[in-house]
Design a protein around this ligand. Structure first.
Ligand code: SF4
Length: 370
C-alpha cells in the first residue's frame, strides 16, 4: 500500500426509493443533482469546505477514486464525466488508479451510464445484488429481479470492465443457509471476481427497526452459521477472505477499501462522507443543502493511534504484527489460537472466520493489554 497517495470518495446521495433496512444518507428527490455536482466540482477546485484539514498548495497524488451512495448510477453520463474531469484537473491521478462506481442493477439507463463510466476511466463496478432470491429481494425493498442482476453484469462486461463486485447480504428476513447457498451459486455462475458480504444490521430509525417483530429474521446463531458457510464456500471457489465482509480473487482486492483498513489517507466529498488526512478525521454532516451551501467539514478527532491500528488491521487477512508486542498480548493471541479464533501467519496474528464473527470482543480484549 502506497501511503503517499490518497483515495477520494464521492457520496452520491440519491436513490430511486428508500430500502427499508438502509440508514445511509440518501434522498429520493433527485432535484438537487445538478447543483450537487456543481458543488462537488467547485469544492475540488477551491477546498473551501475541507481547507482547514487539507492544504491546496500542490496537487495531491491520488490512486483510488470511489463513487458510493446512495446510487451513483443515477448520475447522468455528463455529470459523471464532469466530476472525473475535475478530479484529473485538481489532483494528480495515477495512470493505474482504481476507479470504482457503485451501481444499482435496476437503474434506468444503466447501459449508457456504464459506457460513459468506462470511457472516463472507471475500471471497477460494484453492483448491489443482496440476494438472488426474488422473495428476499422484495423483502429488502430492492427493485428488479435476479435476471436484472445478470443483465447488469453483462452490461458491465460489454462496457469493457471486468473488475466487478457483487453485494450479498447475510441474515435477510426469511433466509437460511439453503437460500444463501442459492445466492452464492448464482454469484459463482456469474463468475464475478469480488464479493462484499454484509450481515444485516438493524439500524435505528429504519422501517426494519420499527417493524422488527413482523420480520422473520434469522437469529444470531443461524446468522453466524450462514456466515461461516459462506466463508467456506467462497474460499473453496478460490476467493481470498481478505476482510471481515470482503472476498476477492487474486488481483481483485479492493485497493480503495484497503486504504480505510490500512490507515492510508482518503478524502470524502459530500454529505455524510468521512475523511482521514494528515492524521486527522473529519466529516460532512448528513445534509445536502449544507454541502451545497458551502458549510465546512467538521473535525472528528485525531486518528491512527495504536488502538485504532489494531482494530482496523485485525479486520483484514494481514492481521496484526506480533513484533514488539508485550508478553501479555502474545499470551492472549495464543489463547485465541487455541480456541480456533485466530492463527499465526508470517509473524502476525490473523483472525479465522470464526474469530471474525466475534472480532469486537477479541479486539476489545487485545486493546486492554496493548
Ligand atoms: S439503494 Fe442502497 S443506498 Fe439507496 S436506499 Fe437502498 S440500500 Fe440504501
Amino acid at each position: 500500500m502506497d501511503r503517499t497517495k490518497a483515495g477520494l470518495y464521492f457520496h452520491i446521495p440519491f436513490c430511486q426509493s428508500k430500502c427499508p433496512y438502509c440508514d445511509f444518507y440518501s434522498l429520493t428527490d433527485k432535484g438537487l443533482t445538478e447543483a450537487y455536482v456543481n458543488a462537488l466540482c467547485e469544492e475540488m477546485k477551491t477546498f473551501d469546505r475541507i481547507g482547514e484539514f487539507v492544504k491546496k498548495d500542490k496537487k495531491i497524488p491520488v490512486d483510488t477514486v470511489y463513487f458510493g451512495g446512495g446510487t451513483p448510477s443515477l448520475l447522468s453520463p455528463l455529470q459523471l464525466e464532469r466530476i472525473l474531469a475535475s478530479v484529473r484537473e485538481n489532483f494528480s491521478l495515477s495512470e493505474d488508479a482504481e476507479i470504482t462506481a457503485e451501481c444499482n442493477p435496476s437503474s434506468p439507463f444503466l447501459g449508457e451510464f456504464l459506457q460513459s463510466a468506462a470511457e472516463n476511466g472507471v475500471n471497477r463496478i460494484s453492483l448491489g445484488m443482496q440476494s438472488s432470491s426474488d422473495n428476499e429481494r422484495k423483502k429488502l425493498g430492492r427493485r428488479g429481479t435476479a435476471s436484472d442482476v445478470e443483465n447488469a453484469v453483462k452490461l458491465v462486461r460489454a462496457s469493457g470492465i471486468e473488475n466487478i463486485s457483487l453485494d450479498v447480504m447475510v441474515g435477510v428476513p426469511d433466509s437460511n443457509t439453503g437460500t444463501l447457498k442459492d445466492s452464492l451459486d448464482f454469484v459463482s455462475f456469474l463468475g464475478v471476481p469480488h464479493i462484499s458480504a454484509y450481515m444485516l444490521k438493524i439500524e435505528e430509525g429504519t422501517f426494519y427497526c420499527k417493524n422488527i417483530d413482523k420480520l422473520n429474521i434469522p437469529d444470531e446463531d443461524e446468522t453466524a452459521d450462514m456466515y461461516l458457510f459462506m466463508s467456506d464456500y467462497l474460499r473453496e471457489k478460490g476467493y481470498l477472505h481478505y476482510e471481515i465482509s470482503n472476498f476477492g480473487k487474486e488481483g481483485f482486492i479492493s485497493r480503495h477499501n484497503m486504504k480505510y483498513w490500512e490507515l492510508a489517507p482518503y478524502i470524502g466529498f459530500g454529505p455524510s462522507a468521512h475523511s482521514f488526512y494528515g492524521g486527522k478525521r473529519f466529516y460532512f454532516p448528513r445534509d445536502i443543502n449544507a454541502f451545497i451551501n458551502g458549510e465546512k467539514a467538521l473535525f472528528d478527532g485525531e486518528g491512527g493511534d495504536e488502538e485504532e491500528k489494531l482494530m482496523l488491521s485485525l479486520r483484514t487477512y494481514k492481521g496484526v504484527s506480533l513484533e514488539e508486542k508485550n508478553k501479555e498480548f502474545i499470551k492472549l493471541t495464543e489463547k485465541f489460537v487455541s480456541q480456533g479464533l485466530g492463527e499465526i501467519r508470517g509473524g502476525s496474528f490473523v483472525l479465522t472466520p470464526g474469530g471474525m464473527l466475534v472480532s469486537n470482543s477479541i479486539i476489545l480484549m487485545l486493546t486492554e493489554v496493548i
